[in-house]
Write a protein that binds this ligand. Structure first.
Ligand code: ATP
Ligand code: MG
Length: 288
């Protein structure tokens, strides 16, 4: 039989999530300050630097929001933390494990919902949830079935759980991907725009689930373009632009840095640049 770490590598390379069996014991580091720690993390694609010496830390039990314009390097950063992409320079640790040299140990503590979930279309949602649970060697007992049912019900996809995933809408695919990421109760949850395309009820449910998990000391790193969600949910926000951290702090700290009672949207647009009103006016002039 294959050793568990081999299974882990195969699973990580052929599915979009990285998770752990509840039965693999992960050593605790009681004095750990950051559950996620990136130090000068850098990723180049050829001559282009997508992530540029990014340093940040996420403390246990914190929701950290990674914000930034399209192409600013959020997903690339997350993929490096997950061990799915090798950093060109710099280091990153998850629960104290180096994501390159201790990638198996690091992957074991993480759950991940990617920006574009790649799912097995010929499985039903229910089969997929069980397939993931099997991979993490969660016993096929009543508790497991109840937990899967609970997550499917909470996310309003229980009724569709016997349908093939190929019939799922974008929002439903994201929801089943979240179910799969949470099944093994990861200590570190990485969510790349999980709320995109989710209906208001689903978004509110996800918010409540994540808040609840945070209270149980899960550490969450999420990216979103919905600034209202970031403002409401995140203990700390990092704004990146062209791969660099340009502002970081709690909402209160960001407001203090911006020297005013600004909304996160106003702070974001001030830092990363707002719409070009002149060009928009010119365009509208042309079309009218
Ligand atoms: N495999 C790749 N090869 C070449 N360039 C890449 C690759 N992956 C990402 N990039 C580039 O790196 C930059 C950062 O991309 P990334 O996907 O991290 O941005 P993002 O902040 O997640 O954007 P979005 O908000 O649109 O999701 C972009 O310019 C992108 O084109
Ligand atoms: Mg992205």
């Amino acid at each position: 039989m294959s050793p568990p770490w081999l299974v882990l590598i195969i699973v990580s390379s052929c599915t979009p999530f990285a998770c752990i069996s509840r039965h693999i014991s992960v050593p605790e580091h009681p004095d750990l300050i950051s559950m996620i720690e990136a130090l000068e993390l850098t990723r180049k694609f050829g001559d282009f630097t997508a992530v540029d010496a990014l340093s940040f830390g996420v403390e246990p039990g914190m929701i950290y929001g990674l914000l930034g314009p399209n192409g600013s390097g959020k997903s690339t950063t997350m993929r490096m933390l997950l061990g799915l992409l090798r950093p060109t320079l710099g280091t990153a640790k998850v629960q104290g494990y180096d994501v390159v040299t201790q990638s198996v140990e690091a992957k074991r503590v993480m759950g991940y919902v990617p920006e574009e979930p790649v799912l097995p279309e010929r499985l039903t949602g229910y089969e997929y949830a069980n397939y993931v649970a099997d991979i993490w060697r969660i016993p096929r007992d009543q508790d497991r079935q109840e937990e899967i049912d609970e997550l499917l019900t909470l996310l309003d996809i229980k009724d569709a759980s016997d349908d093939l995933i190929e019939t799922y809408s974008k929002g439903m695919s994201r929801k089943i991907s979240l179910v799969a990421a949470l099944i093994h109760r990861p200590k570190v949850i990485i969510l790349d725009e999980v709320q995109a395309g989710i209906d208001p009820r689903g978004a509110a449910t996800i918010k409540e689930i994540l808040n609840g998990l945070r209270k149980k000391n899960a550490t969450i790193l999420m990216s979103t373009h919905i600034l209202e969600i970031a403002e409401q949910m995140c203990d700390k926000i990092g704004i990146i632009n062209e791969g660099k951290m340009i502002a970081e702090g709690s909402m209160k700290e960001l407001r203090a840095q911006a020297k005013g009672e600004l909304s996160l949207e106003e702070i974001f647009l001030e830092l990363t640049g707002g719409p070009d009103m002149q060009k928009i006016a010119e365009y509208l002039e042309e079309v009218s």
